[in-house]
Design a protein around this ligand. Sequence first.
Ligand code: ASP
Length: 622
Amino acid sequence: MLDFLGDLKRTHMCGALRSADAGKKAVLMGWVNRRRDLGNLIFLDLRDRTGVTQVVLNKELNAVAHGKGEMLRNEYVIAVIGTVKQRDANTYNKNIPTGEVELVVEELRILNESKQPPFLPSDTVLPNEEMRLKYRYLDLRRDAMQYNVEMRHKVTKAIRDYLSAQGFMEIETPIMTRSTPEGARDYLVPSRVQPGSFYALPQSPQLFKQILMISGCERYFQIARCFRDEDLRADRQPEFTQIDLEMSYPQPESVWGVVEGFLAAAFKAAGHEIKGSFPRMSYDDAIRLYGNDKPDMRLPAMVDVRGALTAEELEEFSTKFRIRKELPIQLIRIPKAGDISGTERRTIGTYGAYQHVGGPNFVQLMTDPKRFAKDYSALYEKILAFAKVEGDDLWLLAAALNKPESTTVMDQTIQHFCEKCGFLRLDLAQKYTERHGAFKKTGDVDQDFRFLWVSDFPMFEWDKTEKRWNPAHHPFTSLHEEDMAKLEANIDSVHDPKSPLGEIRALAYDVVLNGTELGSGSIRIHRQDIQNKIFQALGMGDEEAKARFGFFLEALEYGTPPHGGIALGLDRIVMILAGADSLREVIPFPKTARAVDLMVDAPTPVSDLQLKDLGIQVKKSS
Ligand code: ASP
């Protein structure tokens, strides 16, 4: 027989009681985390979101409560009324904040029972993730998950409060809408009223937030749900949350200031004081120094050692090694990882992403410092000093192979070469994580969280398969005002790999933390004539542009202020702050890598009747 809650109110949470409360009456409610039956004494660990309190049922003091206590099992829901008692010093539980007291029960109410759960929130060994996701409500009862859920709340609230104080208004935008291009497939929602027509779930609120600027809202933000049907990589979710914002009349720096402010607030909510403005780097520098547009600055940049060589030395060196002297000779250095065997050294360049992207086809590596020192003793000293190599560093030289016959024009760019080197740098950084230790948290925020703004991205990128220049960002991204003329002059050369379109810089920027992109944004095109040109460059004729974005192009014609904004992934930020190792740990109800919600079992087939209503017929795969 279960008891009713009646008008019983809890007086304390299970994590609250301390020695100072001894002698007080208390009413606690929660789950039976653990039960130890010692005959006349039954001990319960009673758990709620805030912690655990030891509860004692003593047969001699209260036979009725004790009798009921014998029926309790793990995860039963109970209320206990009793008196707080100081425990004997030798029985303190130092592992929990309530460990100096216990509650001696006068009345026990069993509010609900529980089936034997497939795993217990108190288990120290976790079940496999499928099990956790299927029984997510049990998983979420675990301390670690409660911590993550709370962290998410605190961080989101700090961001909301900060932005509100800066004059941003939180405005909702539709979930059922039209396609918004962010480079992924849309999730579609069929319309019943207009059979054959579909809404798209927003890949981002991009067009709405721009329209809000046209609407005079000046400063908008939203903790926005976005939906992208992409092939899921390990750490992606089809449905995710962005901190999305837009403002009128900004320079890029104005947007950066706002982001730095709300990130500082978010990090503070998690106990980290990050300060000041983040360092800035152009896309070109990021590529040159790190081979990557989201540099992880916890490890040293690459150094182009040509700066240490005379023209003759460079000539001799490049002929000997059959390398291209007009491209960088990169010294890649991993601190404290130098002490490896010759055999291991010879495997460098044969694994990881570097191998995967065909690095060895383009890059000549010199990985043997002893041999280099012997063959080029003078250069050796110069180069090492120039690149500030330390005695225990692992270092190597990477240069572009002189094999013009096997490469296309696009393959011979500095970018292409540096990217390959960047992959190698990261492969080595991964492989020697233990040795360099740069990824370990030190407690020093400036070292643990290396933020960076990367800006001046190219406006267009060469699409190898389509053999044309395509916008590198969503098509509402503005270019640098100084590059406008270049766009006008070259708009017809989108199929020419050597077109100056490749030199046009976008007013786009990314905020990067420890080698991961946290968010990206841009100053937008606010003039219809320029927007049309971009669509034209995209190969979109007037008709097509009108059909896809007619409403937006029209809106641009009614006095659109200059505007810009950004969006940051909330899930990732919370993941970093919670110290979690997957987005699924900080999303209460996430999807698997196959985009399945294991708890509710979605997606599912629907009834024929529902399909009929929608005018949809599903092709049965045989
Ligand atoms: N809409 C962009 C995105 O979702 C961000 C932005 O440009 O504000 O990635």
